[in-house]
Design a protein around this ligand. Sequence first.
Ligand code: KG4
Ligand code: ZN
Length: 413
Amino acid sequence: MLTLNKTAGVFKPSKRKVYEFLRSFNFHPGTLFLHKIVLGIETSCDDTAAAVVDETGNVLGEAIHSQTEVHLKTGGIIPPVAQQLHRENIQRIVQEALSASSISPSDLSAIATTIKPGLALSLGVGLSFSLQLVGQLKKPFIPIHHMEAHALTIRLTNKVEFPFLVLLISGGHCLLALVQGVSDFLLLGKSLDIAPGDMLDKVARRLSLIKHPECSTMSGGKAIEHLAKQGNRFHFDITPPLQRAKNCDFSFTGLQHLINKIIIQKEKEEGIEQGQILSSAADIAATVQHTTACHIVKRTHRAILFCKQRDLLPQNNAVLVASGGVASNFYIRRALEILTNATQCTLMCPPPRLCTDNGIMIAWNGIERLHAGVGILHDIEDIRYEPKCPLGVDISKEVEEAAIKVPRLKMNL
Ligand code: KG4
Ligand code: ZN
């Protein structure tokens, strides 16, 4: 087994271990493979994931180790814990993905790895491991932007041409962007505070859903979706955030505080302590989910109208792609469908397992970049990870100046 040594805070598998690792795959340099095959490695947050994907979008091998259960127990992601878990799992996960693909590492066209944005300690593990592998295999390296990878995943599962609008909603990110090419993005709006997944995770934690027998192993967002099915969203009346701001930005902190107040009130009424499950937990889950959906739809509606007004998207059959962990929520998807039906657009979402973090999207982004001939590195000397990195060119001020009024949509969900 390849073990990773710690050198000055950075992970460095020893050369001998890397050779052993490669030998376990019958590594023989020079085998000729006719089409492009990319190994993708993802460690930007709390999933250690790897996949081998070919240029037609075939997933040849895949493996993932989720840290969700550990972080649920500690009440959130503690970066050094995430780092340690990535260290413990990365070699096994890459090995599993390669073994499942039945290809020799020498047949890879390139190695693609998330280097931005994300948790510094987590990104560092994936990058160090990848650079060692790249050095040994003498393959090109393709640094990947995590959000770009989420945005382009749809082109692996569906035939979607540029340009299209993308809504990325996850635990760490919340943005609306126009995708004009493989590395050509216009940022229309983003969250001014926290991401919706983060907010849902915090609400789930405050509701102690980890103690709920049906939700104990679910991420916060998934637990909220599950419980909301049993709840009544009309029980509480909440106005979605940023009603007056005529831009495409988002905000979730205010909503989180409002929900907190409701929880405190309900705990008083029901005579229970924080940490016990409220009898109205399902109603609260339904309310927060519905308000989140309405907020996301309104911002996205404005983005569609802006893009059409500026001829950035076709008037008919424009595509809206929703991805990221929160986009695996079927209630939010149905709300977005109401919007796309009303605006003559088509909603497309990757299957839920490709909405959350995975290695396939990273490998696919590598394939897209190989095709386009952009961002393929043969010299890996100066590669650094970047915990913070915006997506594309920010035109959110222009969007705000357009001050587009969004017509009311009936959210009969
Ligand atoms: O994309 P992702 O796996 O990781 C990043 O944040 O990049 O997204 C994880 C987030 C978590 O906050 C989780 O609570 C949320 O996505 N999530 C959901 C659902 N499944 C995962 N939120 C709402 N509904 C779901 N079904
Ligand atoms: Zn993600």
